[in-house]
Design a binder for this molecule. Structure first.
Ligand code: PLP
Length: 395
């Protein structure tokens, strides 16, 4: 017998995957240039040149045994030191290499945190809309995901619902800002209020509630927006970071976990997270990409391309009558559908060869996600299709 749950995870096609298959089929029928795929969050802008320069330099000039070898389980000490120093420069912390654990992207960072922090039956609070893999990761760690419905006016936090969901079983609260799928950045006020509620409840229950901050889009912000540095507002913060989006290298599988020195019992928490990494078989994050990330950790890909796409889509869709909360970051928009049923809306969009992801999978029906990490000319060519889609609802 094989575990049913794993078979299900390995065979069930996600909605995004379905759209991808549909796109391939339609491309064969009408030509790839006439299919407008906005489904996948794969960065379309190349990594900054420095990434390749550093990679070539490392490959040419450094000891191949070292660069292709194992590193310490928690990551190369020099790499962690460089990243800690960068964080101190940028956010004014007092971080050290021993607060950092290099991970195989944010996905592994999150799974290590959930496995390292949660005991069977613990709860992790997540805010809708959310990255759907969270549920898979949390449940695999034996914990329960408690979902707070979306606050659809601004996609900040519904604090009433959040207050009611907190309980002595709450081990951690997970936030993602800038957010996939809304693109919204939590304001300082939101973070401050969240932090105060967590402090109050931790004291009441006599246990720390950890705040896990999933930040793969931290630097991808527009119009001068800034992502608040969460550890500044809450001591028991664990940051999960990834270079997948900021450096456009999701295939490199590199990120890190920062267990802030202010976290209660931080050494034990760090040990538990490292133990989780070991038990999950991560061994160490990819060595070559650790060395690259350390030297490029203050770089980003050319964000002006995303910025241009964002403005073009947002202005055009609003003009057509779509309601969309202004996203200040990421490369996603999350407008309201033109009917209640997002699945039906996405189906109708397919008639115009628009591939749009219904919000249901993100825990927020009635909306759809547009990933605008695509060539700008795809957006320009897609606008008449969006117009036809909008007009089809006026008839
Ligand atoms: N968290 C969020 C919110 C994401 O959008 C993604 C990827 O799209 C991840 C985590 C996982 O990213 P990584 O490639 O670093 O594993």
């Amino acid at each position: 017998m094989l575990p049913e749950k794993m078979i299900e995870l390995g065979t069930a096609r996600s909605v995004i995957r379905e759209l991808f298959e549909f796109g391939k089929k339609r491309a064969a029928e009408v030509g790839a240039e006439n299919v407008f795929d906005f489904s996948i969050g794969n960065p379309s802008v190349p990594p900054p040149e420095k990434v390749n320069e550093i990679a070539i330099d490392i490959l040419k000039n450094q000891d191949p045994v070292l660069i292709h070898g194992y590193t310490s389980a928690q990551g190369d000490a020099g790499v962690r030191q460089m990243i800690a120093e960068s964080l101190n420069r940028r956010f004014g912390g007092n971080y050290d290499k021993d607060d950092l654990y290099m991970s195989t992207g944010a996905a592994a960072a999150l799974t290590c945190c959930f496995h390292g922090l949660c005991c069977e039956g613990d709860e992790v609070i997540v805010f809708a809309p959310y990255f759907p893999e969270y549920k898979v990761f949390i449940e695999k760690a034996g914990a329960k995901m408690v979902l707070i419905p979306a606050e659809i006016e601004g996609f900040q936090i519904d604090f009433d619902a959040f207050g009611k969901a907190l309980s002595p079983k709450t081990k951690a609260v997970l936030i993602n800002t800038p957010n996939n799928p809304t693109g919204v950045v939590y304001s300082k006020e939101t973070i401050k209020k969240l932090a105060q509620m967590l402090r109050d409840k931790s004291e009441e229950y006599g246990n720390p509630i950890y705040l896990i901050s999933d930040e793969p889009y931290r630097e991808i912000v527009y119009d001068g927006a800034q992502t608040p540095w969460v550890p500044k507002y809450y001591d028991n913060t664990i940051v999960c970071y990834s270079f997948s989006k900021s450096l456009s290298m999701p295939g490199g599988r590199i990120g890190y976990i920062l267990v802030c020195p202010t976290v209660e019992d931080n050494k034990t928490v760090y040990a538990a997270i490292a133990g989780a990494g070991r038990s999950l078989g991560y061994v160490n994050a990819p060595a070559l990409f650790q060395y690259i990330a350390a030297k490029c950790c203050e770089e980003t890909s050319d964000l002006s391309i995303y910025e241009r796409n964002r403005r073009l889509l947002l202005d055009s869709l609003r003009e057509m009558g779509f309601h969309c909360v202004e996203p200040k970051g990421t490369f996603y928009l999350f407008p309201r559908c033109l009917e209640e049923d997002a699945m039906a809306f996405s189906e109708r969009a397919k008639e115009f060869d628009l591939l749009l992801v219904p919000g249901d999978g993100f825990g927020c029906p009635g909306h759809f996600r547009l990933a605008y990490c695509v060539p700008t000319e795809r957006i320009e060519r897609a606008l008449p299709a969006f117009k036809k889609l909008a007009e089809s609802y006026k008839k």
